[in-house]
Design a protein around this ligand. Sequence first.
Ligand code: FAD
Length: 394
Amino acid sequence: MTHDQPVLIAGGGIAGLCTALGLLRAGVPVRVLEQAAVLREVGAAVSLAPNATRALDSLGVGAALRAASNWPQRAAMKHYKTGADMVAYDMGKPMEGRWGSPYLQLLRADLHNVLTDELHRWDPAALKLGARVAGISQDSNGVTVETAAGTFRGSCLVGADGVRSAVRAALYGDGAPDFTGYVAWRGVVPVESLRNPDFTPDTAVFLGPQRTLLRYRVRDQSAVNVVAFARVDSWTEEGWSLPADPAELRAAFAGWHEEAEDMIEGLCSSGAFKWGLFGRAALPRWQQGRVSLIGDAAHPQLPFLGQGAAMAIEDGVLMARALARGPDVEAALACYERLRYPRATHVVQRADAHGLRIHQHLVTASADDPVPRDDFAEFDFDAATVSLDVQERS
Ligand SMILES: Cc1cc2nc3c(=O)[nH]c(=O)nc-3n(C[C@H](O)[C@H](O)[C@H](O)COP(=O)(O)OP(=O)(O)OC[C@H]3O[C@@H](n4cnc5c(N)ncnc54)[C@H](O)[C@@H]3O)c2cc1C
């Protein structure tokens, strides 16, 4: 049996676009309702681990993704004062050989372009811009969604509208997200603007007390994505993102190794933004009837494992696979939740724990006090082939 109504998706971010692509490839009509009038993702990059690139390959965007990405060759955790490598490991071919898919890094804008170009190829009318979701109702035949661009009717609604999800608010009313105790300054710095453009390896995290600084190359190595994190007591700013104050940023990383300070100067001169990192307590479930949640709307996580976008991509692939099995959308949403809830919850907890470990580490860099490194346990998962026939949610 086929779907006689479209699947509605709130949010044209990574999770929403991946869900839409998976459904269109399976012959299921979709409408992606995105609040922005123009799709614009600027000023930051994203790391895609092998579980993410494997899932994206299954959506048919592998070649375009590889063409837009930097392929990191080696990563290190560095001491914040000496700049010495405390732990280093190969990425590139060894990682691709072990997991069968590459680890890639690219600008978020480029990832969005790859996904929207492919979406337009399948259905130029699938994406509705300027369609901020404002109201939801469901009955025994479908879902009605009120947006700034009109009313839409579909078989079900996938809430892919991020950490400030309107769909989540309508289903569960669990209020605004909570400040996690971390701030991040993020920016993309032209390599030519750095004092030392020949830094190695291409990917590194500097670890200091209550602070970390991540940097990796993007855009044919001509730019570097820099993210500086700090643990703080509270977020008192208006809103959750604002232009960085160079004096505050320099003071937060004063006395760090000259390479880290070079990156901080790059952030200051390239118009970086300061972000409060917000999260939410886990919901006991995501689905209500014909409506469910995916990506950051369902399970926002801290960025310290680099798996938030990967979870959104895996979610999209599995949501599409579950819905493509047939027109019983409530059964499909239940199937998706059984599959995803345990994995997403586990990864959220690991990202929390990893964040605490790297920010609380004493930075002694001795052999008997090893720097905690992620064990890459997430990379094995294959959203495109994992069995959908899970009976119970563990
Ligand atoms: C500092 C930082 C660094 C990160 N680095 C990485 C990384 O390296 N690797 C990684 O895997 N993850 C990373 N992440 C996490 C990753 O960015 C998120 O987990 C991911 O973007 C979630 O995708 P999403 O589609 O669920 O939500 P979003 O990307 O937030 O997309 C939600 C979409 O919904 C739209 N929307 C919102 N409200 C409405 C509404 N009412 N109606 C219609 N549309 C609406 C928004 O405009 C947006 O387009 C990082 C996060 C941070 C904060």
